[in-house]
Write a protein that binds this ligand. Structure first.
Ligand code: SAH
Length: 586
């Protein structure tokens, strides 16, 4: 289950929220901006709750149940996909599960209520009577048909008893009215439900489908190998094999293929269409012939080969109990290079947050890794103050190429004087097939120049350039030439890495060059720690600017000949002004 969002409206709820937070690793407290500060600020409750709900995030809202219901009401169409939604009294005195009965809301309500030492307001009759939601089997099991499930539970509530056939360990403690001779049966089986109304069928995810390049489907002139099939065709051949054995698609735990096809998009499409994880195996000669050799190579528990069709390239393994897909062969590793934005959670793009939530391993410079947290206990953090970027990039590929989901963290945008280029350089230089097979993605972020500019107004409103003044990785002479050209071209200039203890004189030199082209009244914006606690913003003139006004946490934006500034309002305090560069020239 995804970590819940704990949503509060005021400071009075913070203590209860923090207590609930300790129950769910990775959960964050969302707090109404300007009323209370917690992990993630939001500005409008309704919009925030709807966004969380639509994204399938469990919600624990510390406010009146009615408010929560009104906020998410427009989205309440499909009961099958709703996440758990609970209302909890600010002072922790009441826990009310509202939505998500099939997603475990009552389980959460019991957990939270136990932590707050109150009784949860459980209203689900089946749950009250049987002590468990029969229609909400644990991970690894899937209910065959929700409509039938509801009929079945109402029959039980009406006084019928049931048999249990198959392995259903989670029902051991349920107070179900059991009877060996009952008309009704809960059947736990990988076989497809035959429509019998007396049965509640639950499928254990206990089938693994291996797909290999087929020998040919016998159409005379050598049929197409499944290596060239589309995702839809591969999924169809798996469904056909399942059908042939009377197995339900919902009993499929994973799709398995050879690791040399790890980057094949058709396989990813097929797995998505079958709604199962895609796993890979590296076969050896003693694993036998394809496609069943993949099963032999990937499965470490006893299984029965139900289907082995070399022509179609599909083999099926049936395991005795539900099988965790993570234990089958290995998954395709992922490396996502993200930018955190300047610092505050509000300015991090949602795709970066998502990548962090799904990461098994997080790498990056210590300060940024800390900024990206908190992390769950199951996430490995490889923080380092090692400034060797290429080495960090190689480490990331080593982890991702054995199937881990790695996130590489940069500040601002990862492609602006940051890790994305180092990652690509490491990849190109290595010419390593396993690294090339990693699913590599780069998620943009709000770069320091953009965050600073937005606070100041719009100094980048016309043509501009971004320059790093660091001569660690390029000769100073190149920096001088670029500064001259940029100044002459009348570009607004955003200076990254403007100064450091090891580079004390370079900024003055740079400013001397710019001053030979630009008037001393030119506005210069200085943003320090923008978007971070204690951040400051100042505007000075090029004439006034001294290198002592700047440090390595400062963004320097030097205006062009047209950059202007004006007071925000009559009687404004000094410094309260807008800076912008108009979009036109005279
Ligand atoms: N990838 C980052 C830049 C890394 S270079 C980005 O896109 O923002 C580091 C430089 O960026 C610092 O020396 C400073 O000039 C600037 N910088 C980074 N974060 C900043 C912030 N929050 N406020 C002001 N400047 C910042």
């Amino acid at each position: 289950m995804k970590a819940p969002a704990i949503v509060i409206l005021g400071a009075g709820a913070l203590e209860t929220a923090r207590r609930i937070q300790t129950l769910y690793a990775g959960s964050q407290v969302y707090a109404l901006h300007e009323r209370v500060t917690a992990d993630v600020p939001y500005t409008e409750l309704g919009a925030q709750l709807r966004e969380l709900y639509a994204g399938g995030t469990p919600i624990v809202a510390l406010c009146a149940a009615g408010i929560v219901i009104r906020c998410v009401a427009p989205l309440l169409t499909n009961k099958g996909v709703e996440p758990p939604v609970l209302a909890v009294a600010e002072d922790g005195s009441a826990v009310v599960p509202l939505l998500g009965g099939l997603a475990g809301v009552n389980v959460m309500a019991r957990e939270i209520a136990a932590a707050l030492k109150v009784s949860p307001a459980i209203t689900t009759s089946g749950e009250l009577r049987f002590g468990t939601c029969v229609l909400n089997p644990p991970d690894g099991y899937a209910l065959a048909d929700i409509g039938q499930g509801k009929r079945f539970v109402s029959d039980l509530l009406a006084g019928e008893s049931t048999r249990v056939e198959g392995e259903a360990p989670w029902l051991d403690d349920a107070q179900l009215p059991r009877s060996a001779s009952a008309r009704l049966a809960i059947r736990v089986t990988p076989r497809a439900w035959d429509g019998c109304e007396d049965e509640l069928v639950i499928h254990p995810r206990s089938v693994v489908a291996a797909v290999a390049a087929g020998e040919g489907a016998g159409d005379g002139d050598g049929a197409r190998a499944n290596a060239c099939l589309s995702g839809t065709e591969i999924a169809a051949s798996v469904r056909a094999a399942l059908n042939e054995h009377g197995l339900a698609t919902l009993s499929l735990a994973a799709l398995l293929a050879a690791s040399d096809r790890i980057a094949d998009p058709a396989l990813a499409d097929a797995a998505a269409s079958l709604n199962v994880p895609l796993r890979f195996a590296q076969t050896r000669p003693d694993d036998g012939a394809p496609p069943s050799n993949l099963l032999h190579a990937a499965l470490r528990i006893p299984y029965e080969t139900l289907h082995d069709d070399p022509a179609a390239g599909v083999a099926l393994a049936l395991t005795p109990l539900a099988i965790d897909a993570n234990t089958v062969g290995m998954g395709r590793g992922r490396l996502t290079v993200i930018g955190l934005g300047p610092g505050s959670a509000e300015l991090m793009v949602p795709a970066a947050r998502l990548a962090l939530d799904h990461a098994t391993d997080i790498l990056g410079y210590d300060t940024y890794v800390k900024m990206a947290g908190p992390f769950r206990a199951d996430q490995r953090v490889h923080g380092t103050d090692n400034r060797e970027e290429l080495q960090r990039a190689r480490h990331a590929f080593e982890l991702a190429s054995v199937g881990r989901s790695v996130v590489m963290v940069s500040s601002g945008d990862p492609g602006v004087f940051a890790m994305a280029a180092a990652v690509l350089e490491a990849l190109e230089a290595a010419a390593n097939d396993a690294w090339a097979a990693v699913e590599l993605g780069i998620v943009p972020g709000v770069s320091a120049a953009l965050a600073t500019a937005a606070q100041a107004g719009a100094p980048l409103g016309h043509d501009f350039c971004m320059l790093s003044l660091s001569d660690n990785l390029k000769p100073w002479s190149i920096i001088e030439t670029r500064l001259r050209h940029a100044a002459e071209a009348d570009l607004v200039m955003a200076f990254y890495n403007p100064i450091s203890r090891a580079r004390p004189w370079q900024l003055d030199k740079a400013l001397d060059i710019v001053r030979t082209y630009r008037a001393s009244a030119t506005p210069v914006v200085l943003g320090r720690d923008v978007g971070r606690p204690g951040g400051t913003l100042r505007t000075v003139t090029l004439g006034e600017l001294r290198s002592s006004d700047v440090d390595m946490r400062t963004m320097v934006i030097v205006g062009s000949s047209t950059t202007r500034r004006f007071a925000k309002g009559a009687g404004d305090l000094e410094g309260d002004e807008w800076v912008y560069t108009p979009r036109w020239y005279e």
